[in-house]
Design a protein around this ligand. Structure first.
Ligand SMILES: [Fe+2]
Length: 289
């Protein structure tokens, strides 16, 4: 039997579906190696319960409805869901991009999201292009006050940074890992010089080596259609999926010498150190403690 999820992974909030996708009937779902059922009660409020080993249903789990998603937890999160102040700005487009199933550890997905070095090779002529392959020096830190990992002062030359971009630009980035399986990036907004576009990737770990990724964007762009913005993001993410599903080992190694980092990987080094400090083992190659 697969090793069960540990407390550090359980005590977090996770997206399990877009609210718009929750039908009237009962539907199975999964989180951290455990089976769930989701349905709407008489007032149309979503209800999430665990399907236990004997087939019975557990007590309703805590839920949150935020940013177009249903969040739940199998543990007791010490904190409320993190905040995304930009999401409340009324002139932003809120783009729910649709779930993508990926046969990889959810932690690998977060780590790939933090990685700029792959842009020219995986997202060729969109998020990067040769000969602009160098990752410039950037800063990374574990912010103890908020318990998040940040990478700042990131920049990369991008031929098509967003749908709204006219030609190549040097794009500025900030990365934020708000929880072990939840990450956001802030990037140059081609349509508004003094603001950041916000792209979130909420990862739902189904099992150690299998998950669903839920990308959502809060974008300043009055021109593009919603459909074209969703297609742009899906194209990018499907390019990532090919890489992710071919990475070996499938689980994330946390041992420092398991994979050789380069200077471009300092965000990944900080992320792995932070996971290890927290005791996260779900989706890692760690033996259960
Ligand atoms: Fe990518």
């Amino acid at each position: 039997m697969a090793r069960p999820a540990e407390k550090a992974s359980l005590d977090n909030w996770y997206v399990i579906d877009a609210l718009a996708d929750i039908p009237a009937g009962t539907r199975p779902n999964r989180l951290l190696g455990r089976d769930l059922v989701v349905f709407r009660d008489g007032e149309s409020v979503p209800v999430v319960r665990e399907r236990l080993a004997d087939g019975s249903l557990g007590e309703p789990l805590p839920i949150r409805q935020r940013w177009g998603y249903l969040w739940t937890t199998l543990g007791t999160p010490p904190r409320e869901l993190f905040d995304i102040p930009e999401a409340d700005e009324p002139d932003r487009r809120h783009v729910v991009c649709g779930a993508v199933a990926v046969r990889a550890s959810g932690l690998r997905i977060i780590e790939n999201f933090l990685d700029m070095a792959h842009f020219p090779f995986v997202h060729t002529d969109i998020l990067g292009a040769e000969p602009h392959t160098e990752v410039h020096h950037y800063t990374t830190e574990i912010r103890r006050d908020v318990d998040e990992v940040w990478a700042t002062n990131c920049e990369f030359f991008q031929p098509q940074a967003a749908l709204s971009a006219q030609g190549g630009i040097m794009t500025q980035y900030m990365y934020r890992v708000a929880a072990p399986f939840q990450t956001l990036l802030y990037k140059t907004c081609p349509a508004a010089a003094n603001r950041w576009d916000v792209i979130c990737l909420f990862v739902q770990p189904l099992d150690h080596d299998r998950c669903r990724a839920h990308p959502v964007m809060f974008i300043v762009d009055d021109e593009s259609t919603l459909t074209s913005m969703i297609h742009f993001q899906q194209l990018i993410f499907l390019q990532d999926r090919i890489i992710l599903e071919n990475q070996r080992p499938r689980l994330l190694p946390l041992e420092p010498r398991a994979e050789i980092p380069t200077r471009a990987d300092i965000s990944s080094v900080a992320y792995r150190r932070w996971l290890k400090e927290k005791g996260v083992t779900f989706g890692t190659a760690e033996r259960a403690a």
